[in-house]
Write a protein that binds this ligand. Structure first.
Ligand SMILES: Cc1cc2nc3c(=O)[nH]c(=O)nc-3n(C[C@H](O)[C@H](O)[C@H](O)COP(=O)(O)OP(=O)(O)OC[C@H]3O[C@@H](n4cnc5c(N)ncnc54)[C@H](O)[C@@H]3O)c2cc1C
Length: 383
């Protein structure tokens, strides 16, 4: 028997769910297929940082802000916990201070040269007023941005399919691996078949199961990240905004416009090459329960081993403790996550046959960008 749906989405990670929402809002009958009994990929393993400040100025930053707006909408409607906490990038070294000052000066400067970011410079005292989790020793100041938010991915990614089903009648077929797509039909591992007018493949870092040649030609890579989480901090203690150290300035593309960045990159490469080797920069977010999520590292392609490296966790903790402080550093959990990343583009999209779309490869920005990206796609497919 062949079943029918208008829009079929493969993958119930954040990218697939974002597409399901955008399609359902346009009145389509949507079915989401997920091979596991609940999503277990990158979308539940991340910091839960909605991080518009990390996007380069222009279209991508706008897309992140649209995504942020949609997060707020869905959070209110679905009862998803979201904390519009903002973020602080910390400067404990003069080269970090220089990059952040340069970015701040250009962020909202009048005229054509403005980067279009809202942020403010904080003195060391002002940083410490906003966050008790900052190590005051050597602190030179920080850049506050109000646009970042925190969600708890482990909870939100499981709330979203229920909300989509309840509000829009989206059907979620869990424990259903799609093994083949041929002439507008999906075939699942249990032998069922579906006909769909449009198929959107959001299979995350699985490049082998569906359309392996399209993925092979794309040049996409996998990236493995190691993460840690502390126990619940006592007495309702909160970090305040998300925190990022000066190491993060070399990670997100928004800072690439700063001429002072080269000196910072050189200093880190000379002083602590082990951080470059494992792609380490350090950040902190805190969920509603009070646990603090810590990370991270980046190992690409053939560097990836199934086994986690104790050395990486130790380096992450060493760097965090230089610039941040917690009442309780007891580590309650360690894990890794793997995402797909396109070598040059902010995401990977292709249409191997008419009305069959692949959409993945958002790298470290999927939580931030997916709702905006799905809208960008659906405005084209169904204006
Ligand atoms: C450790 C870590 C920290 C991160 N931190 C952040 C952050 O703070 N902020 C941010 O914006 N981004 C962050 N990211 C990036 C973000 O998590 C990813 O970009 C995003 O989750 C990718 O979503 P996805 O839907 O493409 O992939 P996934 O979440 O991996 O989902 C893909 C889904 O497709 C399913 N699937 C695959 N093939 C099939 C098939 N054939 N049939 C049925 N189902 C299939 C899989 O089971 C899986 O559930 C982080 C990533 C990691 C790993």
């Amino acid at each position: 028997m062949t079943l029918a749906t208008e829009v079929a989405v493969v993958g119930a990670g954040i990218v697939g769910l974002a597409h399901a929402w955008s399609a359902a809002e346009r009145g389509h009958r949507v079915t989401v297929f997920e091979r596991a009994d609940r999503a277990q990929g990158a979308s539940i393993r991340n910091f839960g940082m909605i991080w518009p400040i990390g996007q380069p100025t222009g279209d991508l930053h706008e897309m992140a802000l649209e995504s942020r707006h949609r997060w707020l909408r869905v959070a209110e409607s679905a009862g998803i916990w979201v904390n519009p906490c903002g973020s602080i990038h910390l400067a404990h070294r003069t080269d970090e201070f220089d990059v952040l000052q340069e970015f701040h000066e250009r962020a909202e400067s009048p005229g054509l040269g403005s980067l279009g970011f809202k942020c403010s410079w904080l003195t060391p005292e002002q940083v410490l007023d906003r966050s008790p989790a900052v190590n005051p020793q050597g602190l030179l100041g920080g850049l506050f941005s109000p646009t970042e938010m925190c969600v708890n991915p482990r909870v939100a990614i499981h709330q979203l399919p229920r909300w989509l089903a309840e509000i829009f009648g989206v059907r979620c077929e869990f424990q259903t691996q799609i093994t083949n797509i041929e002439s507008g039909r999906l075939v699942s591992s249990d032998g069922r078949r579906w006909e769909a007018d449009r198929i959107v493949i959001c299979s995350g870092s699985d490049f082998e199961t569906l359309l392996p040649s399209a993925f092979h030609e794309s040049g996409m890579k996998r990236c493995k990240l190691q993460m840690l989480k502390t126990c619940v901090q006592g007495n309702g203690w909160r970090i305040g905004p998300h925190l990022a150290s000066g190491l993060t300035l070399r990670h997100y593309r928004n800072f690439e416009v700063c001429s002072a960045l080269n000196a910072l990159q050189r200093r880190i490469a000379e002083e602590t090459p082990e951080l470059d080797r494992f792609g380490i920069h350090v950040m902190m977010s805190q969920n509603e329960a009070g646990e603090v999520v810590l990370g991270d590292s980046h190992e690409y392609g053939s560097q990836i081993e199934p086994f986690d490296k104790v050395e990486i966790d130790d380096l992450i903790l060493r760097e965090l403790k230089k610039v941040m402080q917690l009442p309780d550093w007891t580590i309650a959990q360690r894990w890794n996550g793997i995402y797909a990343k396109h070598p040059t583009n902010a995401w990977f999209e292709c249409e191997p046959t008419p009305n069959v779309h692949v959409c993945t490869g958002l790298g470290g920005s999927g939580m931030t960008m997916s709702f905006g990206l799905a809208e960008h796609c659906w405005r084209r497919w169904d204006p």
